[in-house]
Design a protein. Structure first.
Length: 309
């Protein structure tokens, strides 16, 4: 069998590139598949102000280029192709990329997650410029502004409460009367004087031209009446979807599809490691993803030492 790699990394966000950096410095000669949207979620954002080491902040795409060249500097081979599927039933593992098959003794999966967007009219032009899916990341840009939060679950309540630290008013828009959140989160939001409610409403379209967000047209889900609601920003909090379908159920996940860590950062399949948003239901930050990429790399290195070399 030709060219069996010690490690193949799948995904090129902060977790993947950090895993590439560590495994290449550990002389494991890693191969990293970056995927079609090379650089991951931060390619969609203009300013990253909370990654340590950049006191003046840095553009998302610029930061990802730096992480990429840091990994490449130590020999991580980066290929801008998508992995279509993997076969974990035999060793070495098979990684299928188009018509090519690659072999690896261990895998590090860092394929991230996608925020679920509403896909309302005009959403594309306001993504990252008025509409966000991450209050921790973007809340500080809305100091003394009025925003809406869309969603009725725990993350919507959490995002809304968090945003009241900066915003003068936060309105929760939810398409039903009843919320899906836990009672404690609902109570906390209801007791917060800066939070207003628009229950039985959903967003039909976003208002404003490119770079100039002005609010939303809301529809009453009971009466179908429409109204224009002015605000400075919107946070969509209706969930995230981890990218794991290419694994075809070969690695254990939770009920939402997030990969589960079984032993340190190793998944249910011995020799398959994971890190970043594809396992993370809680933090979802660049720095935590990078940290988990480091953990997966060190765990893979030790596992190879104990089990293969
Ligand atoms: C608009 C926006 C702004 C944000 N701002 C901040 C911020 O300011 N600060 C902060 O800390 N966090 C921020 N975040 C969150 C942060 O981007 C994520 O937590 C982080 O990117 C997760 O990193 P990751 O490496 O796990 O995965 P991702 O960044 O999601 O990268 C996953 C990678 O996997 C690749 N991939 C997927 N499937 C395949 C496949 N089959 N084959 C090959 N490759 C594949 C994709 O191409 C992608 O490159 C923001 C997120 C968004 C959406």
């Amino acid at each position: 069998m030709s060219d069996v790699r010690d490690v193949i990394i799948i995904g090129s966000g902060p977790a993947g590139y950090t895993a590439g950096l560590y495994t290449s410095r550990a002389m494991l000669n890693p191969l990293l598949f970056a995927g079609f949207s090379s650089g991951g979620q931060l390619m969609l954002t203009s300013d990253v102000e909370n990654f340590p080491g950049y006191p003046d902040g840095i553009g998302g795409p610029e930061m990802m280029m730096e992480l990429r060249s840091q990994a490449a500097r130590f020999g991580c081979k980066i290929v801008d192709k998508n992995v279509d599927s993997v076969d974990l039933s035999e060793r070495p593992f098979k990684v299928n990329v188009g018509s090519e098959i690659y072999f690896a003794k261990s895998l590090i999966i860092t394929t991230g997650a996608e925020a679920i967007w509403l896909n309302a009219e005009n959403e594309e032009i306001h993504k990252g410029r008025g509409i966000s899916t991450c209050a921790t990341c973007d809340g500080a840009f809305f100091r003394d502004k009025e925003v809406i939060v869309i969603g009725g679950g725990d993350s919507a309540m959490e995002e809304a409460n968090f945003l009241t630290r900066f915003c003068s008013k936060v309105t929760i828009v939810h398409r039903r009367e009843g919320l899906r959140s836990s009672q404690i989160m609902e109570d906390r939001a209801k007791e917060n004087p800066k939070i207003q409610w628009k229950l039985n409403y959903q967003v039909k379209s976003w208002l404003g031209s490119d770079g100039n967000f002005e609010g939303a047209t809301l529809v009453n889900t009971k009466t179908n009446e429409e109204e224009n609601f002015s605000c400075d920003g919107a946070f969509i909090a209706i969930g995230h979807k981890p990218i794991t379908s290419f694994l075809d159920g070969q690695v254990e996940t939770d009920e939402h599809g997030y990969l589960l860590w079984k032993e340190n950062s190793m998944t249910s399949v011995s020799g398959v490691f994971a890190g970043g948003d594809v396992v993370d239901t809680r933090y979802r930050q660049a720095i935590t993803a990078a940290g988990m990429g480091c953990m997966a790399a060190i765990d893979a290195e030790r596992w190879l030492e104990d089990n293969v070399h």
